[in-house]
Design a protein around this ligand. Structure first.
Ligand code: PBG
Length: 309
């Protein structure tokens, strides 16, 4: 009767990994319980989301190695894995929102989110031009929300302008506004196949975990450039950032409970250190209490089933 917050399936965004092939499911060792699915199986996942009351799915590709290049051109191929998966999801369950990641790491030969110079340094402005083309093919395929996760400066404004010019006026931008260079992304990089390729770290473009005021500046820039909502990532270690962003800007704030966080809960449960279902629901409540409108979590289907009783 006195509970101040509530978690419902409507708070959840379900990230799904896509692989090449037909009828394929590829289980991920570092994300127990999570698989990559081929495009022909994504429609069933979208219908599952609908049946569970999950309003949105987020799609990430494992691009075949032969299509990963220095210029990341597969990112703006209108027939790439992501675009085909978006169409499959929207055909199967049009009511379920589809969010696509805008960043080049599944498409570059070196696993960075942007194009690099000869020394391997990530080039901001050259990358923004490619991100814009990438967002456009995703919108064309039917994405409802494009979510730039690359952390280049100026990309939100460039993508907004391109979407407007192309007539995609209703496509939203959820900006990964405060994304930290984090040790919690390891299993994700396995899932999209970039872990073995990545040289160095992402600290020249993702944020320093020491900084909170910088996160507020990053959010302010993305909102000013036209973001409809903002994201903080990773999740639990950065709930202070969620709270500060919510209080300062009063916009929809999302958190990404990332792959390493999922893996930690699964490992704790497997080791008998905690009870998985309770850990999942308590962490989701923590996000709501901190001020999140919603949470991207690989536990989305598990949580939705628990919440349905
Ligand atoms: C890449 C991207 C990453 C994640 C989402 N988009 C990884 C990274 O920046 O290296 C991480 C998600 C997760 O760990 O679950 N642009």
């Amino acid at each position: 009767m006195v509970a101040e917050h509530v978690v419902t399936p409507a708070d959840l965004i379900w990230p799904l990994f896509i692989c090449d092939g037909d009828g394929a499911e590829e289980p991920l060792a570092s994300l127990p319980g999570v698989s990559r699915w081929s495009v022909d199986r994504i429609g069933a996942k979208a219908k599952e989301a609908r049946a569970l009351g999950i309003p949105c799915i987020a799609l990430f590709p494992n691009t075949p190695p032969s299509l990963r290049t220095e210029d990341a051109r597969e990112a703006f191929n209108a027939d790439n894995l992501i675009c085909r998966a978006v169409k499959a999801a929207k055909d199967a369950a049009p009511e379920v929102g589809v969010l696509t990641d805008v960043a080049l790491d599944p498409y570059t030969a070196h696993g960075h989110d942007g194009l690099t110079d000869a020394s391997g340094y990530v080039l901001n402005d050259d990358t923004v031009a490619v991100l814009r083309d990438q967002a456009l093919v995703q919108a064309e395929a039917g994405a409802d929300i494009v979510a730039p996760s690359d952390m280049m400066d100026g990309r939100v404004g460039a993508i907004r302008e391109a979407l407007e010019d192309a007539g995609h006026v209703n496509v939203q931008i959820m900006a990964y506004a405060a994304k930290y260079a984090s040790a919690f992304y390891g299993p994700f990089r396995d899932a999209v196949g970039s872990r073995g390729l990545l040289k160095g770290d992402k600290k020249t473009y993702q944020m320093d975990s020491a900084n909170a005021e910088e996160a507020l500046r990053e959010v302010a820039l993305d909102l000013d450039e036209g973001a409809d909502s903002v994201m903080v990532k990773p999740g639990l270690p950065y709930l202070d950032i969620v709270r500060r962003v919510k209080e300062r800007f009063e916009v929809p704030v999302f958190a990404y409970q990332v792959s390493g966080e999922y893996a930690m809960i699964e490992a704790a449960a497997a080791a008998g250190a905690g009870e998985r279902d309770a850990l999942v629901l308590e962490t989701l409540m923590a996000f709501k209490r901190a001020g999140c409108s919603g949470v991207l979590t690989y536990h989305a289907p598990v949580a939705a089933r628990l919440l349905a009783g």
